[in-house]
Design a protein around this ligand. Structure first.
Ligand code: G1P
Ligand code: ZN
Length: 539
C-alpha cells in the first residue's frame, strides 16, 4: 500500500568526499535512512520510471537499509532495482553495472574502509548514470533537501528475500537479484592476460590476498584460487562479516597487520595484497617490502604496455594533489596527458569521460582506469600480477628499477584525527593567511617557490574547486595540508610531505621526510593548536 509518512528533518546529512558516512547508531535513528534516500530522490527530479543498482559491502545494518530502500523506491515509482544477492556488491562492480544495465545510478551501502558493526560506521554512496559519484551541484542539492524534508513515500509490504537469485516484484516495481562475482571476473578477463597469470601460478608463484573480512572475499577466492590457480588458502579473511570480524578494513601498514607479519616472515610468499571494506582500495606488498600507492600509480602507468587492454596506448593519467609527483615524471617520459586534481574520484570521472585520461590514482590506496568510474582494488592487484608475469621480476626489483630510472619521491602522510572542528577550521584559516607571506622564505637551504590554496579548474566543465593548501619548494619538495571529507567524528587534518631524490633511493622514508615534516608542523602550529605531539596515523 502506498503511504506518505510525515517526518522531521535532520541537519547533519551532508555528504563528504564519498557519500554520507555516519555511526551505525546515527543511521538507526527513526527516519534517518528514509529522509536521506527520499532527499536523494527529490533532488534528482524524482525517480518515477527510473532504475537503480543496489548493493553494499555486507556491513552491519546494510540489509535493513536495503529493505527500507526497496520500500521507498516503490513508493516513489521506481521501475526497477537490480540488487546484489544477499545485498552484497563491491563498489567497483556497482560502477560497471550502472553501465551494463544502463540504470540511472546506484546506491551502495558502505562506509568504505571505516570499521563496521553496531558501534562502527555505515554509509550510503550515491552514484549517477555516469557510474561515478554525484557531482557537487547534486550533493549540495541533496543536503539542502535533507534540511527541508517533511515527508517521504513508501509502499508497505513484506521484506524481500535477498538470497533468492532472479526476478521478483515489490508492488509494481521490478526487482532483479543478481550474483555479481562472475560479471566482475569476466570484466577483469577482458582487461588482463589470464593465460599469463595462470602460467605464473602454475610455476609455483605464491600470493597472499587479505580481504579483511569484507566484500572482496568471495570475488578473490573464485578469481585467484579457482580460476587463476593460486594455492587454496591464498585468500585470507575471505568471508564478509557484518563487523569485519573486528578488523578495521583499511589496507595499510597499520590495519593490515596480520598480512604484514606474513609478508615480513621468513617464509613469506612472493606477493601480498589487501583490499578495503567495499573493495575499491588496495595495498601491494613484496617480501618484506611495501609499495606506496603513489609509486604504485607511477609503476602501473609506466608498464601499461604489458596489459592487453592498454597495450595500444593510453590517453593520460591523473592524480590528486596530495599524491606524490612520481607519476608526473612517468607521464612526461611517455608524453601522455597529466592532470592534478582535488581529492575525490569525481574529478577523475570528468577526465575519463572526455578521453583525457585512462589511469588515475590517489595516495590513499586507490587506483583505477576507465574500465569503470571508481577505484578498483582487485584491478590494481591484477595489474601488478600481470607485470610480474610478463617481466619475471619481484615486487622489490620492479620498484627499485623504477626509482633508478625516474628518481624516488620519498613520501609520507600524517593524519591528526578527531580534532575539534572549530580548532581545525581556525588552523586552516590562519594557515592560509600565513602561507600568503611564505613565498621566497628559506628553511635551511630550501626555499619556498609557491605557497597557497590548491585550486583546480576543471578542463571539462569549467568549474573551479579549492582543496587544501600546497607549499612547493625550489628543490621539488612539497607539503600539502587538507581537512578530511570522510571522517564521522570531529575533523581530521592530513599533512602530506614529499621529497625527490635521484641518487639516494634506498633510505628510510621517515628519516628522509623528517625535515619537511618539522617545517610542516611548525608552519601550521599543529602541536600548539591541537595539543597533539605526534600524528595519530602515519602512512
Ligand atoms: C579519503 C582519502 C581520499 C579518498 C576518500 C574516499 O578522503 O584521503 O583520497 O578519495 O577517502 O575513499 P578524505 O578523508 O581525505 O577526504
Ligand atoms: Zn573503499
Amino acid at each position: 500500500m502506498l503511504k506518505t509518512v510525515k517526518t522531521t528533518a535532520y541537519t547533519d546529512q551532508k555528504m563528504g568526499t564519498a557519500g554520507l558516512r555516519k555511526k551505525s547508531k546515527v543511521w538507526m535513528q527513526p527516519n534517518y535512512v528514509e529522509n536521506f534516500v527520499q532527499s536523494i530522490f527529490n533532488s534528482i527530479g524524482g525517480v518515477e520510471g527510473k532504475s537503480f543498482i543496489i548493493g553494499g559491502d555486507g556491513r552491519f545494518y546494510n540489509t535493513v537499509m536495503i529493505q527500507k530502500i526497496i520500500k521507498l523506491a516503490a513508493g516513489n515509482g521506481v521501475k526497477k532495482l537490480i540488487i546484489g544477492q544477499n545485498g552484497l556488491m563491491s563498489t567497483p562492480i556497482s560502477s560497471r553495472l550502472i553501465k551494463d544495465y544502463q540504470t540511472d545510478g546506484s546506491l551502495v551501502l558502505t562506509a568504505s574502509h571505516n570499521p563496521g558493526g553496531e558501534n562502527g560506521d555505515a554509509g550510503i554512496k550515491y552514484a549517477t548514470a555516469s557510474g561515478g559519484q554525484a557531482p557537487k551541484q547534486i550533493t549540495d542539492a541533496i543536503y539542502k533537501n535533507t534540511k527541508e524534508i517533511t515527508e517521504y513515500n513508501l509502499v508497505e509490504g513484506n521484506d524481500v528475500d535477498l538470497s533468492k537469485l532472479g526476478p521478483t516484484t515489490y508492488g509494481n516495481m521490478e526487482i532483479e537479484l543478481i550474483d555479481t562475482i562472475d560479471g566482475y571476473i569476466a570484466m577483469c578477463e577482458e582487461i588482463f592476460d589470464f593465460d599469463a597469470l595462470k602460467a605464473l601460478f602454475k610455476k609455483g608463484f605464491k600470493l597472499k590476498f587479505d580481504s579483511m573480512n569484507a566484500i572482496t572475499g568471495p570475488y578473490a577466492v573464485k578469481l585467484f584460487e579457482e580460476i587463476l590457480g593460486a594455492e587454496k588458502g591464498s585468500v585470507m579473511n575471505s568471508t564478509p562479516l557484518p563487523d569485519f570480524g573486528g578488523l578495521h578494513p583499511d589496507p595499510n601498514l597499520k590495519y593490515a597487520a596480520e598480512l604484514i607479519k606474513i609478508m615480513n616472515s621468513k617464509n613469506a610468499p612472493d606477493f601480498g595484497a589487501a583490499t578495503d571494506g567495499d573493495g575499491d582500495r588496495y595495498m601491494i606488498l613484496g617480501r618484506n617490502f611495501f609499495v606506496t600507492p603513489s609509486d604504485s600509480l607511477a609503476i602501473i602507468t609506466d608498464n601499461y604496455k604489458f596489459i592487453p587492454a592498454y597495450e595500444k596506448g593510453i590517453f593520460g593519467v591523473a592524480k590528486s594533489a596530495a599524491t606524490s609527483t612520481a607519476v608526473a615524471r612517468v607521464a612526461q617520459a611517455h608524453k601522455i596527458g597529466y592532470y592534478e586534481t582535488p581529492t575525490g574520484w569525481k574529478f577523475f570521472v570528468n577526465l575519463m569521460d572526455s578521453d583525457r585520461i585512462t589511469f588515475c590514482g590517489e595516495e590513499s590506496f586507490g587506483a583505477g582506469s576507465s574500465h569503470i568510474r571508481e577505484k578498483d582494488g582487485i584491478w590494481a592487484v591484477l595489474f601488478w600480477l600481470n607485470i610480474i608475469a610478463k617481466t619475471g621480476k619481484s615486487v622489490e626489483e620492479i620498484v627499485t628499477e623504477h626509482w633508478q630510472k625516474y628518481g624516488r619521491s620519498y613520501y609520507m602522510r600524517f593524519d591528526f584525527e578527531e580534532i575539534d572542528s572549530e580548532i581545525a577550521n581556525k588552523l586552516m584559516a590562519d594557515l592560509q593567511t600565513k602561507l600568503s607571506t611564505l613565498q621566497g622564505q628559506k628553511f635551511g637551504t630550501n626555499e619556498v617557490e609557491t605557497a597557497g590554496a590548491f585550486v583546480y579548474n576543471d578542463p571539462v566543465d569549467g568549474s573551479s574547486t579549492q582543496d587544501g593548501f600546497l607549499i612547493r619548494f625550489k628543490d621539488g619538495s612539497r607539503i600539502v595540508y587538507r581537512l578530511s571529507g570522510t571522517g564521522s567524528v570531529g575533523a581530521t587534518l592530513r599533512v602530506y610531505v614529499e621529497k625527490l631524490e635521484t641518487k639516494n633511493i634506498k633510505e628510510d622514508a621517515r628519516l628522509m621526510v623528517d625535515e619537511l615534516y618539522q617545517i610542516a608542523s611548525q608552519v601550521a602550529e599543529i602541536e600548539k593548536r591541537t595539543g597533539k605531539k605526534e600524528a595519530d596515523v602515519t602512512t
